[in-house]
Design a protein around this ligand. Structure first.
Ligand code: GDP
Ligand code: MN
Length: 390
């Protein structure tokens, strides 16, 4: 059989190996670094900016766009300006992009959120977190300050880059015709997205989309198609219920979890961790992506469950993109709070071109991937990222 490396190189490989002399005067992409934050997160924001500047942007000077549902105060702005090499724009998010839409009954939504809080679902009881996830799922790319840009790099508070990034990832994404780039893929907490996959697969089905090869990354295991089985067979999967297909806006009537209704497919909970993203804004602005978002939104899942923007972006990619559209930034050393990806510590044979799930993996490989949480090494790095060589 062909080696894993050969198969994966067909789809994707590192843009650059080794250190380059950064092209400080080279051409720049039409791109920006996007930071969504609150005033109280200033320390975490500065930590992230220092890391971004030290390992990349001091050479490339890409501009920043800061977004907030409130107003940034002068301390926040001045401190940020003292640490950034690129220009900075400050954006306020309007209520149309943040908060409950008018077709939702806020009382119903708040009750749903409270129930998730009572059930101790992570961030489930925090209303602002639900708004944040919905904003990053369906609105950030529509913000006026992003209109002039074609590309963005998402930066969150309290992250760290371990390795110098000596090339321009945007230029390479363009040259290699990539749409979406990630550096960590992990499993979602099941209880935050019990019904997300049913809606995503309903979208796919209603639009007669056939997989371009990426969808399988998110599917637990291939099973026989329902149409091949008689209804009496215990493996026969019921079609999606009418209330999902015809769900009325604002009903928030997400049905109970019914894994039997998923056409033989269930979600393996895998998703690209979206606190790091380098992606093409055009894709988010496409009719297809927005139809997807709207259908997901209409279900009420952003309130009645706690759908994150990471599984939303990932399942949209699964439905709409092909493996060759995706780039795995396996050479970026990156840490967000407790989970990190360290290229040097990646298990032998994994540092080259491999996106899991896109390949036919052996049972043994699958097990190793599971155990690794898909390259996210949960143990913290030693101080200052020592222990992660790049
Ligand atoms: P986690 O990474 O999932 O633990 O969530 P974070 O607390 O880091 O939130 C994700 C991103 O959204 C970060 O960039 C936060 O600064 C931002 N964020 C979360 N909630 C709010 C909010 O209520 N207002 C604003 N302006 N930003 C928020
Ligand atoms: Mn975060």
């Amino acid at each position: 059989p062909p080696s894993i490396r050969k198969i994966s190189e067909k789809y994707d490989k590192p843009f650059v190996t080794g250190c380059l002399e950064p092209q400080v005067n080279g051409p720049r992409a039409n791109a920006t670094i996007v930071v969504l934050a609150r005033n109280k997160e200033l320390d975490g924001v500065i930590q992230s900016i220092k890391s971004m500047e030290r390992h990349f942007n001091r050479w490339f000077n890409y501009p920043y766009v800061f977004l907030n549902d409130g107003d940034f105060n002068s301390t926040f702005k001045e401190t940020v300006l003292n640490h950034t090499s690129g220009t900075v724009e400050w954006g306020k998010i309007s209520p149309e992009m943040w908060g409950f839409p008018d077709w939702v009954d806020p009382a119903v939504a708040k009750e749903g959120i409270q129930k998730q809080g009572d059930a101790a679902i992570m961030y489930g009881g925090m209303e602002s977190y639900h708004h944040m996830c919905r904003f990053y799922s369906g609105f950030f790319y529509k913000h006026e300050l992003l209109q002039k840009y074609e590309w963005y790099w998402r930066l969150e508070p309290e992250i760290k880059y371990f390795c110098d990034i000596t090339y321009d990832p945007f230029q390479h994404m363009i040259r290699n015709k990539k749409t979406y780039g990630f550096t960590i893929a992990v499993k979602e907490l099941r209880e935050t997205v019990p019904n997300i996959f049913r809606y995503a697969s309903a979208y796919k089905r209603m639009n007669n989309l056939t997989s371009k090869g990426l969808w399988e990354m998110f599917v637990e295991k291939p099973e026989e198609k329902p149409k091949d089985l008689p209804k009496s067979d215990p493996k026969y999967k019921k079609p999606l219920p009418e209330e999902i297909l015809n769900s009325e806006p604002g009903t928030g009537a997400l049905p109970e979890i019914d894994p039997e209704a998923m056409e033989g497919e269930s979600y393996n909970m895998c998703h690209f961790w979206s606190n790091f993203e380098i992606a093409r804004l055009d894709w988010f602005r496409s009719k297809e992506y927005n139809d997807f978002f709207e259908m997901m939104d209409r279900s009420g899942g952003f309130w009645m469950e706690r759908w994150g923007d990471a599984p939303i972006h990932s399942l949209a990619a699964g439905a709409l993109l092909s493996p060759s559209d995706i780039h795995y930034f396996r050479d970026f050393g990156y840490r967000h709070t407790t989970i990190q990806h360290c290229p040097a510590n990646a298990p032998a044979g994994r540092q080259l071109a491999r996106i899991p799930f896109l390949e036919k993996t052996t049972e043994d490989e699958k097990k190793r991937i599971e155990e690794d949480e898909y390259w996210a090494t949960p143990d913290p790095p030693k101080e200052n990222g020592v222990g992660c060589r790049c």
